[in-house]
Design a protein around this ligand. Structure first.
Ligand code: TA6
Length: 281
């Protein structure tokens, strides 16, 4: 039985998990950011940009950024929130009896600058468990204050695909969306679809689990707590404009993100939990 160990990812302190069956993950304490996830068959399942800043100067491009307490620019705070640019604390890690490995990280007010800590009296707990062909993620928000806590959250997963135009997204038929490319709202009519250029939609109130044909297996995406999902790819022009992505990297991923877009109003002393399972068939 082994235990997770500390390592470096660029200049970032990170934890390396290796399950008994060889599945592995690297998780940076900056942002509690999953940088890499390899299933037991040795395949990398996430896209971490070759140009990602691994020095804490900006959010890491790729992997799984934790979005909290604001989604995108929908609020007065930092774009996609402060959780992805704060150094979390590893509280617990180890190996389970079945050989899977896990780490649990926390983000408490003491880890935030005073003004943010005063505005956000809450504790985040994020647990990542890997083994076999699956990764499980659990994000918990505890309201430590004496007023309702209003927040949005998402796990902004950059899912690796062999070629984006061949990848197929399943499970969104009948779900209402807002499309920020066409600026239109609608109801998804397609039972499955492919992306050919820039794509940026928020789907509200999912009806069933999602799946992605990656070109290297079918990835089953099952979420609870999070009611919504974002589907995003920058396409060639926006990708070329991103300073921390290589021009053609848009072809290597689709972001399908479990999300809670409409803010939760969490009463004092209560907890909210969002879960996500990624399972390769
Ligand atoms: O989740 C989709 C989205 O909000 C897109 O609109 C897109 O810009 C993406 O997130 C990446 O945001 P970032 O701040 O990481 O560049």
């Amino acid at each position: 039985m082994s235990t997770p160990s500390m390592c470096k990812a660029g200049n970032l302190d990170a934890l390396e998990l290796v399950a008994a069956d060889g599945a592995s993950a690297t998780i940076s304490l900056f942002g509690a950011h999953v940088l890499s996830w390899q299933t037991a068959d040795g395949r990398e399942r996430l896209l971490l940009s070759g140009k990602a800043a691994l020095d804490g100067s900006r959010p890491v491009r790729g992997g799984i950024p934790v979005i909290f307490p604001q989604f995108s620019d929908q609020g007065a705070g930092q774009r996609h929130g402060f959780a992805r640019t704060t150094v979390w604390q590893a509280e617990e890690c180890g190996e389970l009896e079945d050989g899977r490995q896990y780490v649990e990280m926390v983000l408490t007010p003491e880890l935030l600058p005073p003004a943010l800590a005063a505005a956000w009296p809450c504790r985040l707990r994020y647990r990542v468990t890997i083994g076999g062909q699956e990764m499980q993620l659990m994000l918990q928000v505890d309201n430590l204050g004496d007023k309702p806590l209003h927040f949005a959250a998402a796990l902004h997963s950059y899912l690796r695909v062999l070629e984006v135009r061949d990848a197929v997204v399943h499970g969104l038929q009948g779900v209402r969306y807002t499309d920020s490319v066409s600026k239109q709202d609608g109801v998804e009519e397609r039972s499955e679809f492919q992306l050919s250029d820039k794509y940026d939609r928020l789907y509200r109130h999912l009806l069933r689990p999602l799946a992605l044909e990656t070109g290297q297996g079918r990835l089953h995406l099952t979420q609870s707590g999070f009611s919504d999902a974002a589907v995003w790819n920058p396409g060639p022009a926006d990708c070329a404009a991103l300073p921390d992505m290589a021009d053609d990297e848009w072809r290597d991923f689709i972001c399908i993100e479990p999300a809670q877009i409409s803010p939760v109003a969490l009463p004092p002393g209560q907890s909210w939990i969002g879960r996500h399972s990624l399972l390769v068939e």
